[in-house]
Design a protein around this ligand. Sequence first.
Ligand SMILES: Cc1cc2nc3c(=O)[nH]c(=O)nc-3n(C[C@H](O)[C@H](O)[C@H](O)COP(=O)(O)OP(=O)(O)OC[C@H]3O[C@@H](n4cnc5c(N)ncnc54)[C@H](O)[C@@H]3O)c2cc1C
Length: 304
Amino acid sequence: MVTFYRRLPKFDYLAPQSIEEALALLSRYQGSAKVIAGGSDVVPKLKRRAMKGIDYIVDLKGISGLDYISYDGAGLKLGPLATVRAVERSDVVLETFPMLAQAAESMASPQVRNRGTVVGNICNAVPSADMAPSLLTLDAKVSVVSEKGSRTVAIQDFFTGPTKTVLSADEIVTGIEIPNPPANSRGKYIKLTPRRAMDLAVVGVAVMVTPENGICKDLRIALGAVSPTPIRVAQAESILKGNKFSDELIDQVAEAAAEGCRPISDHRASAEYRRDMVRVLTRRAIRELLSDEAASAQGFGKGA
Ligand SMILES: Cc1cc2nc3c(=O)[nH]c(=O)nc-3n(C[C@H](O)[C@H](O)[C@H](O)COP(=O)(O)OP(=O)(O)OC[C@H]3O[C@@H](n4cnc5c(N)ncnc54)[C@H](O)[C@@H]3O)c2cc1C
């Protein structure tokens, strides 16, 4: 039997020891250099020759001190090398931001989660990126730096299209900041996949609800895999806010969420199915969060 090996595309591998060095490389090779963190998105694309015009790989993994997951009482900070697996298993994330840990656990396999980073997940910016809906409901902020200066981008403004973000070729994300969720809030990420593991979301729904004496004080809903970018659905969120929870209003919220997305049909699911599932999963998430809340009020469960 004859085996044909396809030659890998040629590129120079660069291993900066500091962010400043990495920025200088991006600035020098602008457009033809690509940053990698875990490489779990970029390396398979290089192997498939799906990445054109890349002559330099700038690997951040050798820079020490960038894998932090820190909590200062006001919010969580994730470094650009914090892996999905580390977030999934972090005590502070499990305690204070359980929806993030849940989203992390839903991704890929432990091997991929051990390599892949949360920052890489959002920078890759596929509509189905599993970390994006939870970060959207948590109002995360993305810190960005280049040789020209630094800026902070609200995650709602970060995604601009399928695999596109506001980042320019000379910019690096240096971290994600996530403020504390509202007191007494509860969050949930539901990922719909044809297979149980190692599958991308056909629909991803993140919901965070803050109930107070039977009234909805706050509601945030974000969707993945049903629009060109992960999105919040503000119109759906506004229906319940300030109102008493009722099945009728929850149904209206779910309907509005389904109307608020722009799914496509592809080999994985039809647009109609995706829209239907947004309705079903949004309703399910709100109901489950409210029944968790009721159980907790009676001393059956742990708070958010
Ligand atoms: C088998 C397999 C299964 C997968 N399953 C899932 C899944 O279920 N759900 C899911 O959402 N994803 C999945 N992925 C995709 C991937 O693992 C994740 O998106 C991962 O989080 C990417 O992180 P990374 O650090 O490996 O990114 P990399 O591959 O290193 O980079 C990804 C992108 O982000 C950019 N980037 C990385 N870090 C920075 C930075 N600091 N500043 C600026 N740009 C940066 C890179 O230039 C590149 O464009 C899967 C991948 C594989 C191979």
